[in-house]
Design a binder for this molecule. Structure first.
Ligand code: SAH
Length: 265
């Protein structure tokens, strides 16, 4: 008799295969910043969930509603309880991804947000990228195998048909918990061959992978990391305009997904 673990795995694989054939029903969109989230909340006519699916007291916000035939959930980690700024970064992103999957059982996760871009790799302000790979650049563990665990490089869920339909650039995404870039980070980002750099993507990917939920990453470039402008200044200057481009792409992607199964993406 096969060990119990094997049977469990087979049953899980059958369930995943079945889910891939029926039309996508529930989407969770993880967005780190309120400025990025609110235009999409309006676009999809979502309402804030007042009877939260999340633990009492956390700042995490869920906006939800039916758009076309899709149950759309935009999850924003909310404002830091003490400092009042958006809860950006990998810790909040991992937590809300985990909690959203547990509570909502989505067919697909979309992590949408802004990112720094490298002009040497072809990025310009306002470009919207679909990440083909994600990795971390600030988890340095120089011990064999732990080094790779730290980097946690992954291919993202492939969406060849989506790419034929929606105008997006494709590039690798590197994630770390800092907006600026230290020389250590820079070396790691180059080693990751990244075109865009953010503070959430690889963390969302880690959790989605752990719980076997397909995930895609849509990142719009607010600042050029290898340019001559200070990142924070350039980021704030471009945030609103670039968010409009991001939201337009996310809408096109959601429109494309409507009526299709995961395996048709
Ligand atoms: N001063 C900003 C801080 C936001 S942090 C504020 O208005 O509060 C930056 C956010 O945008 C993160 O969610 C991150 O994922 C993304 N981002 C944009 N440009 C980035 C860059 N160059 N490096 C890392 N993350 C970036």
């Amino acid at each position: 008799m096969a060990p119990l673990g094997d049977n469990t795995n087979i049953a899980e694989e059958v369930m995943v295969a079945e889910a891939e054939k029926r039309p996508v029903s529930t989407i969770v969109i993880i967005i780190a910043m309120q400025t990025e989230a609110l235009p999409l909340v309006a676009k999809f006519q979502l309402t804030e969930d007042l009877d939260s699916v999340f633990p009492k007291g956390v700042p995490w916000v869920r906006y939800h509603g039916l758009y076309k035939d899709l149950h759309i959930n935009i999850i924003w980690p909310g404002k830091d309880g003490v400092l009042g700024v958006d809860s950006v970064g990998t810790i909040s992103a991992s937590l809300v991804t985990y909690a959203s999957i547990q509570a909502l059982q989505p067919d697909l996760i979309i992590n949408a947000g802004t990112a720094g871009g490298f002009k040497a790799k072809g990025a310009s302000i306002g470009d919207v990228f679909l990440a083909c790979n994600v990795a971390f650049h600030d988890r340095r563990i120089p011990i064999p195998v732990f080094d790779q665990y730290g980097i946690c490089a992954k291919q993202t869920f492939p969406t060849p048909n989506l790419l034929k339909e929606v105008q997006l650039k494709v590039g690798k995404l590197s994630t770390g918990d800092s907006l600026d870039m230290s020389p250590h980070d820079e070396a790691a980002i180059i080693a990751n061959d990244a075109t865009v750099k953010d503070m959430e993507g690889a963390a969302v990917a880690y959790v989605a992978d752990l719980l076997s939920v397909p995930a895609i990453f849509i990142k719009a470039v607010t600042d050029i990391v290898d340019g001559d402008k200070p990142t924070a200044e350039e980021f704030l200057q471009n945030l609103v305009a670039v968010t409009a481009a991001l939201d337009q792409s996310v809408t096109q992607i959601v429109d494309f997904i409507s009526g299709k199964s995961i395996s048709e993406l």
